[in-house]
Ligand binder design. Structure first.
Ligand SMILES: [Zn+2]
Length: 130
């Protein structure tokens, strides 16, 4: 279990089916940097996921999981946004600290820094009901 640094709660990263997480220190360090940089509310809605929980999320949405996800390996977080002001500052901070993959959804931002995955050339924007 990774060190949660200055201002995260353990439960923010829990897979809710087991109430624990296996986040990578290299992800938590970068996320802490981004949170400090952003200076806005920065809630983590989802961090580590067991494979069954990860698959259940997609099953509920009726879509096939986009392989491969960095969540079950502890390299990804979904950050709640709520307002365009917060979205702007969170994306700006995540770019500044060097997150290589950023996907902006309607209500949250997915960031990950899995060391074996390709860098996105720029943040991706996706519309959806989640
Ligand atoms: Zn995500």
């Amino acid at each position: 279990m990774g060190d949660l640094r200055n201002n995260f709660w353990n439960w923010e990263f829990w897979s809710p089916d087991v109430n624990l997480h296996e986040m990578q220190d290299g992800h938590l360090d970068l996320l802490q940097e981004a949170r400090t940089e952003a200076g806005v509310v920065f809630p983590v809605n989802s961090g580590w996921r067991t494979i069954p929980h990860h698959n259940a999320i997609y099953e509920e949405l009726g879509i096939t999981p986009a392989p491969p996800s960095a969540h079950p390996e502890g390299w990804a977080s979904d950050i709640g946004t709520g307002t365009s002001y917060r979205t702007y500052h969170i994306v700006k901070a995540c770019l500044k600290v060097g997150f290589p993959r950023i996907i902006v959804y309607n209500t949250f931002i997915h960031v990950d820094n899995h060391p074996e995955r390709k860098r996105f050339p720029q943040p991706m924007f996706k519309r959806g009901r989640w």
